[in-house]
Design a protein around this ligand. Sequence first.
Ligand code: OAD
Ligand code: ZN
Length: 250
Amino acid sequence: MTELEDKIAQAQAEIERATNIVILTGAGISAESGVPTFRGEEGLWQNYRPEELATPEAFWNDPKLVWEWYDWRRNAVKDAKPNPGHYALAELEHYVQKITLITQNIDGLHQMAGSHDVLEMHGNLWQIKCTKCGEIEQSYEVPLAELPPKCKKCGEIGRPNVVWFGEMIDMAVIDAALQAIEQCQVMLIVGTSGVVEPAASMGLVAKQTDKTVIEINLEETPSAGLYDIVIREKSGEVLPLLFTSNKTLS
Ligand code: OAD
Ligand code: ZN
């Protein structure tokens, strides 16, 4: 058995035994769907780092620039389809009593693959929220006719309905995520660089309470040393191998 096969067998055994699994995903799971990640060469948009654009300050300083970035992301996601990684996670719901899927992604691909009750920590790319009256518009227009887009109700400028650096994540989402981690036996962390809080600490929370943590990521991450099984492969290739469908719900 190669080292990789051995790790996959270990992960399969952990998943097979578990009745309650938490999954945390980041941009890496959508990379094989052609959605650019945030960090690394390909993720950069016109040499800006996400921390320079995904903030309220950047938006109010130059709303058009920030919208150009989101328009570019919307365009990149528009024709994207879920990949075998998304589908494997959705299918897992049929074999494990309780699955909680927490994602930092705003692309909607987990839901498109069939996952239910996805906890979206960072919002949704297809919603525009009015900066004045708070009206939320679901919009799939790409590219947007006007940047920044205007509110249909009051005429003020809209912003992407996403969570930016320095903004609060919905407490209900955080609570639900932490509660799920407390109750699970196995946590799977897939395709996240592990540098943005609070998601970055969720694996540590799981370890503090002795859960088995499995990481799947192409590259090294800051907390990998603390995890039980670390698989450095593409999620679209590995996830379908981890779940054997001979397990049925009792
Ligand atoms: P990043 O772009 O920071 O990290 C993507 C991770 O996926 C990296 O660690 C890659 O090694 C890994 N990766 C790439 N392709 C992969 C593949 N095919 N299979 C497995 N792993 C792969 O994305 P996130 O961690 O999601 O927030 O970033 C977190 C947050 O930072 C985002 O939600 C966004 C960003 O700024 C906001 O905009 C508020
Ligand atoms: Zn409005």
